[in-house]
Design a protein around this ligand. Structure first.
Ligand code: F6P
Length: 476
């Protein structure tokens, strides 16, 4: 029986502490309905890396440790000091070194070796995210001709930005070794197609089907969603939890909430600045609104992340120093992670959801905030126009430019004062959008597109596995 191999930097191993954020949720249906093998980093850094396999509910989880060098060069280095900032349009923050690039390629080769040991010809391979761009190429060089798809969870910037990355001309075209390359939005897909047109001379109109002979690389758009109804049920239950009750009781007036990993792409500083301007412009709201910013630390060994941590806490402290009184503080800034249940309840309690990244692939907090609301008395979503979610949420969210704190401050004032009827109609539009793109169908949509079929059926997919001539692969 063919299997689906999921390859990603982090792996969610059942009954372990490894929880790779959104990935766990978006892959849930695929893991439930098909036999899968999920392979990636264990999350451990060890001088003598080991590989372990865990079997659970018909799936296998193969995880491998990283050596300190691999961790530094592949994860902290090329993936998060070069690809992450550049793909988030932050050329100014990229720190390139040849050593990090070779560490990145080495880890990709290592994953390819692991895969080559266990992959059977009819197995389907689905690779996730920027850590693993060259993996298909590494597999093809080992003679593996399986169907291989790639999904980029983060943005793909215009070619003018990608071209500033040293070695982009070997790295980015390596994506052509996949059979399908998927993006969050049409804008991301179009940027990639334009990159190929510029760099490989492929006319833009045929870039969406690139290849010769039996193999064609296709580009597609697969916006990730959430388990909408399940999250609504979770939020309904969670508001009764002790934590959520305590928060509600301790907040005088309305709550605004932001939940982000501590990352410069999330726009937290500018959001705080907008809030400061809002407080200054609306003295009547002082003491009647509290902004809860939940921000678990992330990638702390990278300098830019340490810098942003300092800057955010300084800014939150400054606002509290200027506006607090003995009974109220305008900002609650929390550096710890909360469970999905606690977050669901807090979202439902908050009158305003603040999601203002400077650039984001999709942003599932925006979607979860909407799903968590009480349809009879919903809160308002303030959403950056630069989050992937803005494409689907044009109608119901208050879309803002996060670089313009005055306009974000104005949106805060509008959201807090919004009449119930408008809140309800906006929420209904957003909720309907969520239901049409529920995550339960996402995996099969990607996999059927990878197999070039209308619906995804693993047995049928197994029978149609092709064996093209490796000489026909593009680019050479
Ligand atoms: O957005 C990309 C992503 O890989 C998410 O899937 C995940 O939640 C986040 O980044 C976590 O990053 P890291 O694995 O570096 O902690």
């Amino acid at each position: 029986m063919a299997r689906i191999f999921i390859i990603s930097n982090r792996v969610s191993v059942p009954k372990s502490n490894a929880h790779p954020g959104g990935l766990e949720v978006v892959l849930k249906a695929t893991l439930k309905h098909h036999p899968c093998v999920w392979l990636g980093w264990s999350g451990e850094v060890k001088p003598h890396p080991r590989t372990r396999t865990v079997n659970s509910h018909g799936n296998s989880y193969i995880t491998t440790d990283l050596s300190p060098e691999d961790f530094e060069e592949y994860y902290n280095g090329f993936a998060n000091r070069v690809l992450w900032p550049i793909l988030h349009y932050r050329l100014d923050l990229a720190e390139f070194s040849h050593r990090d690039l070779s560490g990145y390629l080495r880890v990709n080769e290592h994953f390819a070796d692991q895969l080559a040991k266990v992959l059977k010809p009819a197995d389907i391979v689905w690779v996730h995210d920027y850590h693993l761009i060259p993996l298909a190429k590494a597999l093809r060089t080992r003679g593996l001709m399986n169907r291989i798809g790639f999904f980029l969870h983060i943005p793909m910037p215009p070619p003018e930005i990608i071209a500033a990355m040293p070695n982009h001309e070997t790295l980015i075209p390596a994506l052509c070794h996949y059979d399908l390359v998927g993006f969050q939005t049409h804008g991301d897909a179009a940027n990639f197609a334009r990159y190929l047109a510029n760099e490989l001379g492929t006319p833009a109109h045929i870039s969406r089907r690139l290849g010769t002979g039996d193999r064609v690389m296709r580009i597609g758009t697969f916006p990730v969603g959430i388990e909408t109804r399940e999250f609504t049920r979770l939020a309904r239950r969670a508001v009764r939890s002790e934590l959520v009750q305590e928060v509600s009781k301790s907040v005088p007036g309305a709550l605004m909430i932001g939940v982000d990993r501590l990352d410069y792409s999330k726009g937290i500083i500018l959001r705080l600045e907008a809030y400061e301007r809002f407080l200054a412009a609306h003295p009547e709201r002082q003491g009647k609104i509290t902004y809860l910013q939940i921000t678990p630390r992330s990638r702390s060994q990278i300098r830019e992340y340490a810098d942003i941590e300092q800057a955010v806490s300084a800014m939150a402290g400054r606002i509290n120093g200027a506006y607090s009184n003995a009974a109220w503080a305008p900002v609650r800034y929390v550096n710890r992670a909360y469970s999905r249940t606690a977050l669901a309840g807090l979202y439902r309690t908050a009158r305003v959801g603040l999601v203002t990244p400077l650039r984001d692939g999709m942003n599932l907090v925006a979607k979860e905030y909407v799903a968590a609301q009480d349809a009879a008395d919903p809160g308002v979503l303030i959403l950056s126009r630069f989050a992937g979610a803005a494409v689907e949420f044009k109608e119901g969210a208050l879309l803002v430019n996060p670089y313009d704190p005055d306009s974000v401050a104005a949106a805060m004032a509008r959201a807090i004062a919004m009449p119930l009827a408008e809140r309800k109609s906006r929420h209904a539009a957003l909720y309907a959008t969520l239901l049409t793109n529920d995550i339960s169908k996402w995996g099969d949509r990607f996999l059927s597109s990878l197999m070039g079929t209308k619906t995804f059926d693993l047995e049928a997919a197994e029978k149609q596995t092709q064996w093209p001539d490796p000489a026909n692969l593009l680019p050479h």
